[in-house]
Design a protein around this ligand. Structure first.
Ligand SMILES: C[S@@+](CC[C@H](N)C(=O)[O-])C[C@H]1O[C@@H](n2cnc3c(N)ncnc32)[C@H](O)[C@@H]1O
Length: 346
């Protein structure tokens, strides 16, 4: 018989989320519109009010941002996506041996769920019913879930359109099934250093002993390769970066003139990270009407929009160890540009 906690947790979920049932194989949960709008406006205004201005990278991903990210993944300079796909393709057989019929797939930052298909193919071989719980802040989750259902007749999807942290909490409260948690695209590298450890610990705390964690991480490499990957010759990364200002214009009534800002991205060797900024080309004042805020920019002033940390193999081992993970397998591509690792809870 379900416990009192079970009923309380359902009640709390109803307060936090609106449930959308598309059909018997697809439903998703999304926080109420007021929560989404409130956190977007509060976090943007807070970040633009700081001495060193910043906008959180999670705000890149409206539908247009997610589409631009997919275009970035197809660029020849952006080795990350094709390298991760190469590794995942190479380990299909091994994963078939490691996984079993009980694992449910939970994916953090599923995006257009392209790489997910490799894991779904593996599960398809060993499961008669595949359960998939994508978590993504972007509405692209709803679109990509419908597309996936066309390819897998035995797939059942419960999506959570929310932040990684709240999505994980949702899963933790949902039930006790065995999870394979997937975190691809080296998205962990987007966290600031202190937040990285905090988030890895949250994932670890969410996991049961039988759960597995499959994560892709980008490795330290030549600065020239890294600089090109985040400042491509076709200017798609620049459009992706500038789109966050358009999103503020659309969602918060901002009057950012995108021509008055430019994309800056470079690899900081000492701190082992790509740093991405939007640079104000002139002195200017931007008005954000929904919050009645004026934001003043000096010429050449930067808005920080993203980090993408790169790791050495010893650093990865140490980080995982400190967050109570046991590394079961580490796989690399032939250039050692990228690493996919499988871990469980100590
Ligand atoms: C770098 S993309 C990776 C997409 C996909 N996993 C891949 O490897 O190609 C990051 C994805 O995570 C989502 N995302 C970014 N920050 C997030 C956050 N804080 N909470 C939930 N989703 C987030 C974005 O919407 C996007 O789809």
């Amino acid at each position: 018989m379900p416990s009192q906690f079970y009923y309380l947790s359902i009640l709390e979920k109803n307060l936090r989320y609106k449930k959308y049932v598309i059909d018997k194989k697809l439903c998703y949960f999304k926080p109420h519109a007021t929560k989404i709008e409130k956190s977007f406006s509060e976090e943007v205004i807070f970040g633009l009010g700081l001495k060193k201005k910043m906008i959180q990278p999670k705000f890149f991903y409206d539908i247009r941002g997610s589409d631009l990210f997919d275009k970035i993944c197809a660029l020849s300079e952006y080795y990350l996506a094709r390298t991760e796909i190469e590794i995942l393709n190479n380990i299909r057989e091994e994963l078939t041996m490691i996984l079993d019929s009980e694992y449910r797939l939970v994916e953090l930052g599923s995006g257009s769920a392209t790489k997910t298909r490799i894991i779904l193919d593996v599960l398809d071989k060993i499961q008669s019913k595949i359960e998939y719980f994508p978590i993504d802040i972007s509405d692209i989750l709803a679109e990509s879930s419908e597309i996936l259902l066309d390819s897998y007749s035995n797939l059942h999807i419960t999506g959570i359109i929310d932040t990684y942290e709240d999505g994980l909490q949702f899963i933790e409260e949902y039930d006790d099934k065995k999870n394979l948690i997937l975190f691809l695209g080296s998205s962990l590298g987007n966290f600031a250093e202190t937040d990285t450890m905090h988030f890895l610990k949250q994932i670890n705390k969410t996991m049961k002993r039988s759960d597995l964690f499959l994560i892709g991480l980008d490795l330290v490499k030549d600065k020239k390769i890294l600089d090109k990957a985040y400042d491509d010759s076709q200017g798609i990364t620049s459009q992706f970066n500038l789109n966050v200002l358009q999103r503020i214009n659309d969602g918060l009534g901002g009057n950012f003139d995108l021509n008055k800002f430019e994309h800056r991205a470079f690899y900081n060797q000492e701190l082992q990270r790509i740093e991405m900024y939007l640079k104000s080309k002139s002195e200017q004042i931007v008005h954000i009407s929904k919050t009645n805020t004026d934001v003043k920019f000096n010429k050449n002033e930067l808005i920080h929009t993203e980090y993408s940390h790169k790791y050495t193999i010893p650093q990865i081992k140490q980080m995982m160890n400190q967050c109570n993970f046991k590394i079961n397998n580490m796989w690399f591509d032939s250039n050692q540009y990228y690493c996919v690792l499988l871990a469980s809870k100590f």
